[in-house]
Design a protein around this ligand. Structure first.
Ligand SMILES: [Zn+2]
Ligand SMILES: [Zn+2]
Length: 277
């Protein structure tokens, strides 16, 4: 089986109202693209910060600006389609209880947990760039993976999104000097302890870094820690569904991974990895 669970039904740009993108026609486009790519399980994981309810968790200025839609209307819409219902939710340190009640009061099939922000600044957002001004790579990478570890350990999420997102800019931002496995270590330990599924995402191939999340060394450590994997494209448009999946499947096969996670109402099972066509 192939899955694509971390999908967005609309681009991140500002003018993307739900009435234009949360439509049967748009879902049909995604389903058709999935069918063509041999992807049996498709689910949507819209960004939490697009919903007004996100402001119960955090009041970052970017979120204040973005939080316009109603989370329950989104859930109702997705439940009326063939898509699995997910959400991409940031791990907000200190807001664990509020995050738990927001997530538990809705019937998601899975929750994708993300770390985009370190404090007020983001690792992947030019408007709130963590690298601006100071940006000591050793400190940024250490903090990123420590926060990722907390995210995994929180128990709030089923899938750990784009697990080395901090590398997104590739050579356009400074890289730490030491062996990167040093930074991965606390995150891998938390992955092993928590049992959270590790996302293999082809989104990195569309970004300046030009490689899959996670990096081979990180993925190898996850395999040694007996982690389970989930597969996603992080598509924001139908033509990105299953983007470069042949590379992700080959990557997992080389690591000796033969099964991927499938989710339903936040219960997980493993299915044999591979295309059905
Ligand atoms: Zn993300
Ligand atoms: Zn995403």
């Amino acid at each position: 089986m192939l899955t694509d669970y971390h999908l967005h039904l609309r681009p991140d740009e500002d003018d993307t109202p739900p009435e234009r993108f949360f439509t049967a026609d748009n879902v049909e486009r995604y389903l058709r693209a999935a069918g063509d790519a041999g992807i049996a399980e498709l689910g949507v994981a819209e960004h939490i910060h697009r919903f007004t309810q996100a402001l119960e968790l955090w009041r970052h200025p970017f979120w204040e600006e973005q939080a316009r839609d109603d989370l329950d209307a989104y859930c109702r819409f997705v439940r009326g389609t063939e898509l699995r219902l997910g959400i991409e939710c940031d791990f907000i340190p200190g807001a664990e209880d509020r995050t738990a009640s927001l997530l538990e009061s809705r019937d998601f099939d899975y929750v994708v947990g993300s770390v985009h922000f370190l404090g007020e600044a983001a690792v992947d957002h030019q408007g709130w760039d963590v690298w601006e001004g100071r940006g000591d790579p050793d400190e940024v990478w250490r903090r990123y993976f420590e926060t990722l570890a907390e995210c995994a350990r929180s128990g709030l999420f089923d899938i750990l999104a784009h697990p080395d997102l901090v590398k997104v800019w590739g050579g356009a931002r400074p890289l730490p000097q030491r062996d990167l496995r040093f930074y991965y270590e606390p995150a891998v330990e938390a992955i092993a302890d928590s049992g959270i599924a590790v996302e293999v995402s082809t989104a990195g191939l569309r970004k300046p870094v030009g490689e899959l999340y996670p990096a081979p060394a990180f993925a190898q450590m996850c395999v040694e820690a007996e982690a389970a994997f989930a597969l996603s494209s992080d598509a924001h448009r139908p033509e990105e569904v299953g983007f470069e999946y042949s590379r992700a499947v080959e990557f997992l096969a080389e690591l000796g991974v033969e099964e991927i996670c499938v989710f339903e109402r936040r219960r997980r099972r493993l299915e044999r990895l591979g295309s059905d066509i």
